[in-house]
Design a binder for this molecule. Structure first.
Ligand SMILES: Cc1cc2nc3c(=O)[nH]c(=O)nc-3n(C[C@H](O)[C@H](O)[C@H](O)COP(=O)(O)OP(=O)(O)OC[C@H]3O[C@@H](n4cnc5c(N)ncnc54)[C@H](O)[C@@H]3O)c2cc1C
Length: 420
């Protein structure tokens, strides 16, 4: 079963069926209000679970970036469902809630909790304020996102004690309790348990290439389990570098060492270039991701834009001299000086007859587009798999142009360098 179908069933199909089974006799308004609440609660629990970066779900959905995308859309759906649940409200038809009872408290607790959740989810969904060039800084966004789990605890209290037309012994009651356990357990895991996944490394070299900082590190104990194309969350035991950030493992070296190639695109990555030193301790968590040439067919086209070369560096290293797949790689940079790891790619091309490398230098060759790509690929694009890693607009532009030219690749695999 595909991961999305599974998630949809857990978030919607099962809770809707169980709610109807328990409360099908209620008015339509009550049924809608209840269903919205039960589905929203299930979705929140699933989202807290997805936030644990579950190794099992990642391949089912197609990579951690897709897991986060799903997580985002579930969060947006919860906003809508909370609005429905709070605006329609479940109208009690029989009996009143005893004053001072837990049932009454659970409603009082829920009111601010729902609105707090709404605000937190809106902040999470809105990375950039409309029409303003201001982006909510990642660390603030991350802290506000953490509070979602705290508010979920209040909603667990609400769902457990609120007066509803079913009891904890009914299937829907069981379901909600199970979702509460999954949500709370996942939240506690992300706050306190995730550190157990981190592996300690020691930085063995920091090289300042003009277009990236190249960091090599050796494991202090058990290393990461990582494959070419994977990425890991990296943080360093040094002030200003403690927040984990995702970076592709650009080299998996035979002696257990690994390499990252990091472009200074923002505060953290620039600080890393200035501060990180040989001997520093790194904490790494991974490897994650499903971006691998091993998933592709016999004809492959690899397109790297700028620092998007990192997964291809590890993949090219992995190619054997008798690689059976025919692979054409185009590496787009401004000029050769900007090309990170070019010697390794050239070595791979010299080693594997079926791997061809083209360095596309925009300073001299102009803008890279579908026509330029098609001129370099010696086989029919429609039969080939395209692997892309680079700026999002470059990917969408290229795919649109290929489509317009009737040269859509058989499959497109891409890695986003962005989660939000
Ligand atoms: C799967 C993946 C693989 C990547 N591989 C590489 C690589 O090999 N080399 C490379 O140079 N860059 C890579 N990146 C991009 C790199 O993670 C960002 O450039 C870096 O995190 C930006 O941080 P900053 O503080 O310097 O920039 P900022 O300007 O603060 O952030 C820029 C953007 O990066 C994202 N971001 C910032 N902090 C985090 C964080 N802690 N966790 C997740 N996302 C964050 C946000 O979307 C933010 O909008 C990769 C990203 C992803 C998702």
């Amino acid at each position: 079963m595909s991961g999305r179908v599974l998630v949809f069933s857990i978030c919607c199909v099962i809770p809707l069926a169980l709610t109807y089974f328990a409360a099908g006799h209620e008015t339509v308004r009550n049924q809608i209000a209840l269903s919205a609440g039960v589905v929203a609660f299930s979705m929140m629990a699933v989202n807290l679970f997805l936030a644990t970066r579950p190794a099992l779900v990642e391949p089912m959905v197609g990579g951690l970036d897709r897991v986060y995308e799903l997580h985002k859309w579930i969060g947006i759906s919860v906003i809508v469902l909370i609005l429905i649940h709070t605006q329609l409200r479940f109208v009690q038809l029989e009996g009143v809630v005893a004053p001072g009872s837990l049932a009454e408290t659970s409603v009082k607790v829920a009111e601010p909790a729902f609105y707090a959740m709404l605000i937190l989810l809106l902040v999470s969904a809105v990375k950039r304020l409309p029409r303003l060039p201001y982006e909510i800084p990642y660390h603030i966004w991350r802290q506000s996102h953490r509070l979602v789990g705290v508010v979920f605890l209040a909603l667990v209290f609400h769902q457990y004690f609120v007066k509803a037309p079913f009891t904890a012994a009914d299937p829907v009651g069981w379901w909600l309790n199970m979702m509460a356990i999954i949500g709370v357990g996942s939240f506690l895991y992300t706050q306190f348990g995730a550190v157990l996944r981190r592996r300690a490394y020691r930085v063995t070299s920091v090289t300042k290439h003009v277009a990236a900082t190249i960091v090599e590190a050796e494991p202090l104990g058990r290393g990461l389990s990582t494959r070419p194309g994977n990425f890991a969350f990296l943080s360093a035991r040094r002030n200003g570098l403690r927040e984990p950030h995702p970076f592709t493992v650009s080299g998996i070296l035979p002696d257990g060492k690994i390499q990252f190639s990091i472009r200074g695109l923002g505060d953290y990555t620039r600080r890393l270039r200035d501060l990180l030193q040989e001997g520093d301790k790194l904490l790494l968590e991974g490897g994650y991701g499903q971006f691998s040439y091993l998933r592709g067919g016999d004809l492959q086209v690899w397109v790297a834009g700028g620092i998007g070369v990192t997964p291809f560096l590890a993949m090219a290293d992995d190619l054997s001299p008798n690689e059976a797949r025919q692979i054409v790689m185009v590496y787009c940079v401004r000029n050769r000086a900007d090309a990170v790891g070019i010697e390794r790619l050239e070595a791979a091309a010299a080693r594997s007859a079926n791997f061809t490398l083209h360095l596309f230098e925009s300073d001299t060759a102009g803008r890279f587009d579908a026509a330029a790509l098609l001129a370099l690929v010696p086989f029919e694009m429609g039969r080939a798999d395209l692997f892309f890693c680079g700026p999002g607009p470059m990917r969408t532009g290229l795919l649109d142009q290929l489509k317009a030219a009737g040269k859509t690749p058989a499959h497109v695999y891409f890695e986003r360098f962005e989660f939000r």
